[in-house]
Write a new protein. Structure first.
Length: 745
């Protein structure tokens, strides 16, 4: 049955390309019932290969179509594959049918066993995985840079496939693609650095590229062969998601023809389970490469994907270390200089070393300091005024397109399309700001990225691939490079360092302290009301509910009893919230009783308590060096109870959950403690919010909590003269860092 889906302007991204009802004609296909082995579907072109019409095949078993050893071999493969629920280890099977050689590939999917026969030359392919592995490893290991790695892989794939052009095609964040490496025959024009719009590869095609890591189109001019089914099977399309012969969308075939391409082959590149890009191969005459060669190329793609992940992780680590080292140097300079502004802007290491910004500004004590390439002073002040109106209470604001929210910034886009700001004091309008310039990127597109529309016979419009591939340029206006997680994390850390230094050096009560004192007084009033006006009625509600359940529970309808249980549970949760708020208030009002604390004993006690509170859990808590600190024992106990229990709670679904606790002495004489987990993590853009009272991020909404614990932790750390910050990757764990005094200060 042919796929009759019609592509139009509203549904082009929904074309069911996994059920085309057609296969490419360089082979033929059978679909069997997985229990009876009855052939329920077959490709029409079987007659060209076996001399049998589809009607002579449908309803029969392979043993009735093939004879002798071939029938026995196919039946054995079917039995073993279905028993193990996996045919991959047996593929491809070499068969000799009607004086022709075939690579035969089996797979089971969605209610059918599908057998595909690809015709081969008598000699077949002699490519061995061992040879490919040795060559590929050498090419990858010899690469001194990412670009050299990309080029080496392109050259290697061209050697194996013999295609006229092999491109490494990378997807950008907006999903448009760019050719970042290329190996080609000398006489054809280069495509290196050409860009292609995201719509060239629809969403459903990208998903299939993640499933089928290699994909061949042997001849774009060859007419596909339709699938024919038994009467009861003819109306149900065959799912060809995993098929090696699956026909291609006619839109894509038209696209390739417009490029003058007669054959194509692609290899998927996967990074962190997402499609990073493709190795795209083009040939200007029909070209088929056999299953073994494609398998070798798939291995190269997987090996390259692993190397890509390693390289990018290594680059991220180097970037993070570089920025953190610059931040540490700025902290030292601020501590050494009487003038904090001098430490940030006037020494060898400056704010410009903290990230990839080209300009920076510091607003401090009613003065403005500019570094590097920045907008004019008035424009910088305007941006700072707009930031104030945004109420950047979380401490960090970042954007790579400030004109989208502040249109007046468009006039300074050349110097400051991207802005990141660290708020030091909202009341005194004190900020650190960094600027990234407009990325007026003259992008070479392979034709107009707006695909042409053509009218079909019924008068409707559908998308058609571009008819012209002449270069044209598109400017990305008012947009800069994005701020990386490493840049955001370094800015957060510098903000904490700067505030700590300011607090130490301050000789007068700053406006911020006035506002904080007022907030504390309001919080005291609030907590007093909670403790005296809410706790008593809550206790009464719970007690009366428990009495009603005890005395009349057996007489109540089941739904009523469940509602009473919910009332009791709700009052317990509210009581816990009140208790947490009271703890938070107490930290600010209670004096600190400093003493040397045996941290090894304290942390071991906390670990035992946390493990006891979650019986049958597989959590692994590793405790490293535990240096003693100087502080209030009760508060420090509460601090680590919060951090350790949170680490366990948010990693409980990891396999296995692992929490690590360690400490070390810093150069400035503090004890640095680290509490890390391998749990759900968080997006660093939202990291500053986690220390705010009652603030909980969206990815923890389904996990019990009141949103007060980390606010308590931050207040305890700051009351001890320390600082706390976080590093995290969404779905890949979190690390909390905090410093505490090792002796009297």
């Amino acid at each position: 049955m042919n796929n009759t889906f019609q592509v139009n302007l509203t549904n082009c991204d929904k074309e069911p390309i996994h059920i085309p009802g057609l296969i490419q004609p360089h082979g033929f296909l059978m679909a069997l019932h997985p229990e009876s082995y009855i052939i329920e579907k077959v490709s029409q072109n079987i007659s060209a290969y076996l001399g049998l019409q589809p009607a002579q095949v449908l309803g029969k078993k392979p043993g009735e179509i093939f004879t002798g050893d071939t029938a026995l071999q196919i039946n054995e493969i079917l039995n073993v594959g279905l028993r193990n629920n996996n045919f991959e280890a047996q593929n491809p099977v070499k068969l000799h049918l009607h004086n022709r050689f075939f690579d035969t590939v089996f797979h089971s999917h969605n209610g059918h066993v599908i057998i595909e026969f690809e015709e081969q030359a008598a000699t077949g392919s002699y490519i061995t995985l061992q040879k490919i592995m040795t060559t590929a490893l050498g090419k990858i290991q010899s690469a001194g840079s990412m670009q050299q790695l990309l080029q080496n892989v392109a050259v290697l794939v061209k050697e194996i496939t013999g295609y006229d052009r092999v491109m490494i095609y990378k997807f950008h964040k907006d999903q448009h693609g760019e050719v970042v490496a290329e190996a080609r025959n000398e006489h054809i024009e280069p495509f290196l650095h050409l860009h292609y719009p995201a719509s060239d590869i629809p969403v459903q095609a990208r998903e299939l590229y993640k499933i089928n890591l290699v994909r061949i189109i042997a001849d774009v001019h060859a007419a596909p062969s339709a699938l024919v089914g038994l009467d009861d099977e003819s109306v149900k399309p065959l799912d060809l998601t995993h098929s090696i012969l699956r026909a291609v969308s006619p839109i894509h075939i038209e696209y390739l023809k417009n490029m003058g391409v007669d054959a194509s082959f692609s290899i998927s590149l996967i990074y962190k389970n997402e499609l990073w890009g493709l190795i795209a191969c083009h040939n200007y005459s029909p070209r088929f490469i056999d299953f073994n060669s494609r398998t070798a190329c798939r291995f190269i793609g997987q090996l390259f994907s692993a190397a890509l992940e390693f390289r990018q992780e290594e680059d991220l680590r180097e970037e993070n270390n570089r920025y953190q080292a610059a931040g540490q140097k700025l902290h030292e300079q601020m501590s050494e200089d009487l003038n904090v502004a001098e430490g940030l802007t006037g020494r060898k290491t400056t704010l410009l070393n903290m990230n990839a910004a080209t300009g920076a500004a510091l607003f401090f004590e009613n003065k403005m300091y500019l570094l590097g390439t920045t907008p004019a002073e008035d424009q910088v002040k305007n941006i700072a005024g707009w930031l104030k109106s945004q109420q950047v209470s979380s401490g960090i604001y970042e954007t790579n397109h400030i004109a989208a929210g502040f249109s007046a910034a468009g006039s300074s886009a050349a110097e400051a399309s991207g802005v990141m700001a660290a708020e030091l004091s909202a009341g005194m309008n004190e900020y650190i700001m960094w600027f990234k310039p407009e990325l007026i990127k003259t992008v070479d597109w392979a034709g107009n990225p707006e695909k042409a529309m053509i009218k079909v016979e019924d008068g409707t419009e559908r998308l058609s691939p571009r008819k012209s591939f002449e270069k044209w340029t598109a400017e990305v206006k008012n947009t800069s490079e994005e701020w990386s997680n490493a840049e955001i994390g370094a800015a957060m850390k510098l903000r904490e360092d700067t505030i700590q230094v300011l607090n130490k050096k301050s000789t007068e009560i700053r406006k911020l302290n006035d506002r904080l004192r007022l907030a504390y007084e309001e919080l005291d009033t609030f907590t007093y009301t909670i403790s005296h006006d809410l706790r008593t009625p809550l206790s009464s509600i719970k007690n009366y509910s428990e009495i009603i359940l005890e005395d009349y529970g057996t007489q109540m309808p089941e739904e009523a009893a469940e509602l009473m249980q919910k009332v009791i549970k709700g009052t317990d949760k509210m009581t816990q919230l009140i208790r947490d708020v009271l703890h938070y208030s107490k930290v600010g009002r209670t004096g600190i009783s400093f003493k040397k604390i045996n941290m090894e004993a304290m942390i071991n006690e906390i670990v035992q308590e946390v493990k006891a509170s979650i019986p049958n859990s597989s959590v692994e808590i590793n405790v490293g060096k535990t240096l003693d600190v100087y502080g209030d024992e009760t508060m420090i106990m509460q601090l680590f109870q919060n951090l350790v229990s949170n680490a366990v709670k948010y990693s409980v679904n990891s396999q296995p959950p692992v929490v690590e606790i360690s400490s070390q002495l810093t150069e400035d004489g503090y004890i640095l403690y680290t509490v890390s987990d391998n749990g759900i993590g968080l997006d660093m853009k939202y990291a500053p919010r986690i220390f705010e009272l009652f603030r909980r991020l969206d990815n923890v909404k389904n996990i019990d909590g009141t949103g007060v614990g980390l606010a308590i932790v931050k207040r305890i750390v700051e009351n001890h003269g320390g600082k706390i910050w976080v590093e995290s990757i969404l779905n890949n764990g979190t690390k909390f860092y905090l410093t505490l005094p090792k002796d009297t200060r």
